[in-house]
Design a protein. Sequence first.
Length: 357
Amino acid sequence: MAGEASLEAVRRVESAPLQDLVGLTVDDVEAQMDSLLAADVDSASLYRRWEQQQWAVSDLDFAQDRSDWQSLPAGIQQVTQHTMTLFFIGEQAVTDTLAPLLHAAPREDERIFLATQIADEARHTVFFQRFFEEVLGVGGGLHAALDAINPRATEGFRRIFEHQLKDAMDLVRREPENQRAWVEGVVTYHLMIEGYLAITGQRSLLRMLRNVGLMPGFRTGFTAVARDESRHIGFGVLALRRRVTADSEMARVIALKVLELLEPAVRTVISPDRRLPIEDPREIPEPMRVNGLELREFALSSLAKRLVAAGLSAAVVKSIRTQAEAYYEAAWSEYERNHGLRHPVRFFQEGLVSAPL
Ligand SMILES: [Fe+2]
Ligand SMILES: [Fe+2]
């Protein structure tokens, strides 16, 4: 049950105009995100929120961000730009692949909501284009951003975006009557890419930049992106719950798809092939530290809440979570074998370092 404080946070996030979003914490945004899992939230009310929560990339001011970016230590810049690049590519990929899901959605209210989502994803891509060009100095859009990344460092990411997402949406396009394919498409897109991968990156970036009080333009736009994503995830869970209510076999379809995507998703978050620029988190100024254990706990409990809200049993959700935790451990150990170094998360596990709450 949401307490008074979080109800107040939900109201603040729901109604904040663009310029006020910078004052919100990522915890406020996440409380609002969870509130959209409630049984009385339907696609009409998500549509109304979309009308009320419009924002424009062209209203953002990146002047302060340009000098703030230069003030970040090189290692922090590198890690931050990596996460931002994955977001940029991800937003482009989801903009390009959502249309089949809209086309194949059997219900009018679902097609209307998905039409709003396509517009949102296009706006998110434009947000990153503008940010990369004006703040990071990477013009030429997506391809230039991608070229700056070593492909081995994005192996899990490529499996998800270039294979799983593309194949899932291709099947929906070829077989629009195939209900199972549609459900698997929503699991891939709304539950795993938006509801697990995106929120993990969102939380680490927004928290770190708020703790150091830098880059207000990025934080404003990215908080608006996060608020949009909370509607998308809310819709995905609602659509899945409807299918499970109509046909309990769909709960099994959802669980199997989640299990299939879990390993590449965790490998996207950890990237065991990519050597981190700072080996010992004690060398990172405290407000910039990200505790990987806390991030895992947050991401997996968010995913678990959504799976329960979609209608999966507590026992199945628990086994998915246990499997996911093991994938994290395996990826951290693989990092250590690859580079002959301890993974920074070990310093948190051993209590040698702490990060701001
Ligand atoms: Fe998006
Ligand atoms: Fe989205």
